[in-house]
Write a protein that binds this ligand. Structure first.
Ligand code: HEC
Ligand code: HEC
Length: 218
């Protein structure tokens, strides 16, 4: 009865470890270090905890991934994996999770999320704020030299290739990222966004983010 001397936490780890090896099931594995586990399984077993099973998350801390552009998605996952994307929430949550994923798994994850139904429009802001946000999105702010978002993110904010979809993304997440681009170099792939965000005031950011979260569905 040796194992009665094991500390409870260690005993639990061993039991779980044995259970995991005892019934290795590649279809519902949570092992992020096994290249044989498919990206789809990882999405449902691991990523779902924060981003939702189909990439529509309930908490604004976790961005929606449903209908995200695959090229953008892949670039961000590689940025977390190689530690070039260093915004604090990104490295706290995503560095460890992406560390051992293969290129193949990342591609499958990107395709999985791209195929999901996008999040529905959320409620955000009052009509006046929505109207101000729409102007920024469609026309930019020429006096402040802020380019129109539509030029790169698309008329429905659906994105294309390396330009991310923004439609119905959580407003809090959008504002957080605009501040990252404006004030830091924590997302070096976003140098183009640094120029765009340069002259946005906190009020402008809140307006455009509220508009994007609630944007009418096409
Ligand atoms: C414990 C919670 C958690 C889990 C599990 C998780 N993520 Fe994340 N993820 C986050 C947070 C928080 C952010 C936002 C980071 C930020 O603000 O920069 C994020 C951001 C992302 C982004 C960037 C989105 C964008 O619009 O730029 C991608 C892509 C992503 N996660 C993919 C995944 C994948 C794939 C998995 C599963 C392997 C996963 N995440 C698992 C918390 C999580
Ligand atoms: C000249 C092209 C261009 C314009 C104009 C532009 N963007 Fe972007 N935007 C990008 C690119 C490229 C990225 C991806 C950056 C990266 O890979 O880190 C991006 C990323 C973002 C992100 C991060 C999304 C995420 O999921 O993390 C937000 C938020 C954003 N843009 C908002 C805006 C807003 C708001 C406007 C209008 C005021 C705007 N963008 C105008 C090119 C543009």
């Amino acid at each position: 009865m040796k194992h009665r001397y094991l500390a409870p936490a260690l005993a639990l780890t061993l039991t779980l470890g044995l259970a995991a090896t005892g019934c290795t099931n590649i279809e519902n594995s949570r092992d992020l270090g096994d290249p044989k586990v498919s990206g789809t399984t990882i999405a449902r077993q691991v990523c779902a905890l924060c981003h939702g099973v189909e990439g529509r998350s309930t908490s604004p801390n976790f961005p929606n991934l449903a209908a995200q552009q695959p090229a953008y998605f892949i670039a961000q996952m590689k940025g977390f994996r190689n530690h070039s994307r260093v915004d604090p929430a990104g490295f706290e949550y995503m560095w460890g999770l992406s560390r051992s994923l293969t290129d193949e798994q990342i591609k499958t994850l990107a395709d999985y999320y791209a195929a999901q139904t996008p999040a529905s429009p959320g409620q955000a802001g009052d009509p006046a704020q929505q109207a101000r946000g729409k102007v920024i999105f469609e026309k930019g702010l020429p006096e402040q030299k802020v380019a129109a978002c539509v030029a790169c993110h698309g008329t429905q904010a659906q994105g294309s290739a390396q330009f991310p979809a923004l439609a119905h993304q959580h407003a809090d997440y959008l504002v957080k990222q605009l501040k990252v681009f404006q004030r830091t170099d924590e997302r070096p792939d976003g140098s183009i966004m640094k120029t765009v965000a340069h002259a946005l005031t906190p009020g402008n950011m809140a307006d455009v983010a509220a508009y994007l979260q609630a944007m009418p569905a096409p």
